[in-house]
Design a protein around this ligand. Structure first.
Ligand SMILES: Cc1cc2nc3c(=O)[nH]c(=O)nc-3n(C[C@H](O)[C@H](O)[C@H](O)COP(=O)(O)OP(=O)(O)OC[C@H]3O[C@@H](n4cnc5c(N)ncnc54)[C@H](O)[C@@H]3O)c2cc1C
Length: 544
């Protein structure tokens, strides 16, 4: 067999047509008079769409160019198994989005966006038959921990009360130090998620649940400062984990409607390949199909910074910028299996079964510490896998034909496996089978006759479906101290302005990073509007 270099493989793979049945549902496809544009937006993830929506509201004429046949990126939804089964290709839960002012500023409810907050919020079952569930009702959840170990029930109540007391101070070490619990929390803030789970809970099942339920971000659980993810079991009941009615892409579709209603255009199948530079200023972009788009005011990118660098001559990027982008590291990649099923998972519980929208699996809490080790070794590992299982149709039946369900099993595996990433195509079926078997041991109703279709996404496929998920990174890259806050994407360039005049950057590569919270999008819009002599506050207040 001839050797394929990684670069050749990714290029070839990117050209392979995908069996995506759902075309982009609403996004406008029209020819655009490039001479009239103010802003060219490269990539149509929710962040860049939010930024474009604010800019369109301010009166700027925007075009949004999306590589894929559908918009949304990490909030994409498509019928990838069978007709009528709408699968969220990446995210399902839009927790962070709920507090984003864009929801009101852009009146997204009026553009078709609404949410359901499932209850129960999160569940886990163990092979010994025990289980834990997070409910919206705090005391009900506390009693779940009591049932496993009364001391852990008390610990759950105690840490929740303390967290409530110090929550507002957590971003301010000076003020925190003055609080009676301040010095305790100053140490906790530096803890890893693993240490925090072990610090709070005694029973390994409570620890495993806290870790598995929280490990959905780009922060490794052994990383100092990642403590917060181990406390999501404590706070997620209060906030809930909302899903968009109709599918994750309801957010992108609402934003696209907002933009087009203000004269903007959203185009799909437009891969941006090059920045047009005139007088050392970014004047527009070129696409793979030979078209080009010029923005009189600016270009806003949500392309991965690794790719952005190659789209303009090296001499235009400062050396430290180039070096920093070179050091950008991915996170442990995600592996996803989508199923069309006749029934949701039914976990045995006292008095019957439970079918939650979201559940997780993990038996041994220390297993999470292997993720980074396996990643570094390129080792596929399916033993006691930490999985997130999402069955949105139990809360939102509109996503599948009558009485049927969509099911998503998310796990973590290395992108660069020992065998070489090109071997994922053969190996992905074994990994998906192992994940399904793990779930079946806990929810035995998911027998073959109840499974109607399957669509597997290896880490390499994930990057192919969305180039912004660089090396299978769900948040565009690792989110530890070296790549978060003012380090994101690059120290000195974290204010959404890029080193080339006229070029701005948003999306998960910018602060505060990935997930569906829309903050990089709104922040980028605020900076751009300020540079154009306006303000986001003024634009937000405008009616209509
Ligand atoms: C399996 C999985 C599950 C997840 N679950 C959750 C969850 O439940 N909750 C949550 O909050 N987060 C979740 N995430 C993370 C979340 O989906 C992402 O962090 C988030 O959607 C990133 O949004 P964004 O706007 O920054 O970029 P993206 O959504 O990645 O958008 C970038 C867009 O740019 C396009 N693009 C890239 N290159 C080009 C190019 N050259 N030309 C034109 N277009 C281009 C891409 O196709 C894409 O549409 C999950 C991620 C994965 C993979």
């Amino acid at each position: 067999m001839s050797q394929i270099t990684r670069r050749e493989f990714v290029t070839g793979a990117a050209l392979t047509p995908f069996a995506i049945r759902a075309p982009n549902r609403d996004a406008q496809q029209s020819s655009t008079d490039s001479t009239q544009l103010d802003i060219v937006v490269a990539g149509a993830g929710h962040n860049s769409l939010i930024a474009a929506a604010y800019l369109a509201k301010a009166g700027y004429r925007c075009v949004v160019l999306e590589d894929q046949p559908r918009i949304g990126g990490g909030v994409g939804t498509a019928e990838v198994t069978l007709p009528g089964f709408k699968h969220d290709l990446a995210s399902s839960v839009h927790g962070g989005m709920q507090s984003n002012p864009a929801m009101k500023d852009l009146d997204l409810a009026n553009y078709g966006l609404s949410y359901i907050v499932p209850d129960p919020v999160m569940h886990t079952s163990f092979p010994d038959g025990s289980y834990l569930t997070v409910w919206r009702d705090f005391e009900r959840t506390a009693r779940e921990f009591d049932r496993i170990n009364p001391r852990d029930g008390q610990a759950f109540r105690r840490i929740a009360a303390e967290l409530e007391e110090v929550r507002a101070l957590l971003g301010n070490e000076e003020k925190l130090a003055q609080h009676s619990l301040g010095n305790v929390w100053r140490r906790r803030l530096k803890m890893s998620a693993y240490d925090m789970a072990c610090h709070v809970f005694e029973d390994s099942r409570c620890r495993a649940f806290a870790l598995a339920a929280g490990h959905l971000g780009g922060d490794p659980p052994c990383e100092p400062g990642s403590y917060r993810s181990a406390l999501s079991v404590v706070s997620s009941g209060r906030n809930g984990r909302p899903i968009a009615v109709g599918g994750s892409d309801a957010l992108a579709q609402a934003l696209a409607r907002f933009i087009t209603a203000r004269g903007g255009t959203v185009l799909t199948n437009k891969r941006v390949t090059r920045l047009i530079i005139e007088d050392k200023r970014c004047a527009g972009v070129e696409c793979a199909d030979g078209t080009s788009y010029r923005g009189g005011k600016a270009v806003l990118s949500t392309l991965h910074v690794k790719h952005l660098l190659d789209m303009a001559p090296r001499a235009l990027w400062p050396d430290d910028f180039v070096q920093n982008v070179g050091m950008w590291r991915p996170e442990v990649a995600m592996f996803i299996a989508h199923y069309a099923v006749k029934e949701p998972p039914k976990y045995p519980v006292a008095g019957g079964t439970l079918s939650p929208c979201e559940s997780v699996t993990l038996v041994n809490p220390a297993r999470l510490l292997r993720l980074e080790f396996d990643d570094a070794n390129g080792q596929i590992d399916t033993e006691d896998p930490p999985l997130q299982i999402v069955c949105p149709t139990v809360a939102d039946p509109s996503r599948a034909p009558g009485g049927m369900h969509t099911l998503k099993i998310n796990g973590f595996q290395p992108y660069a496996i020992r065998q070489g990433p090109q071997h994922w195509e053969q190996l992905k079926h074994q990994v998906a089978d192992a994940y399904l078997n793990t779930l079946r041991r806990l929810a035995p109703n998911l027998t073959d006759d109840r499974i109607l279709g399957r669509y597997i996404v290896s880490p390499v496929d994930l990057e192919r479906l969305n180039r912004h998920f660089w090396h299978g990174s769900a948040h565009a890259g690792y989110d530890g101290p070296g790549q978060s806050g003012d380090m994101r994407p690059v120290p000195g360039w974290s204010d959404y302005r890029m080193p080339i005049a006229g070029l701005y950057q948003t999306g998960a590569c910018t602060k505060p990073g990935g997930s569906v919270n829309g903050n990089p999008g709104r922040n980028a819009a605020a900076v751009m509007l300020k540079d154009f002599g306006g303000s986001i506050e003024e634009v937000a207040k405008r009616i209509g």
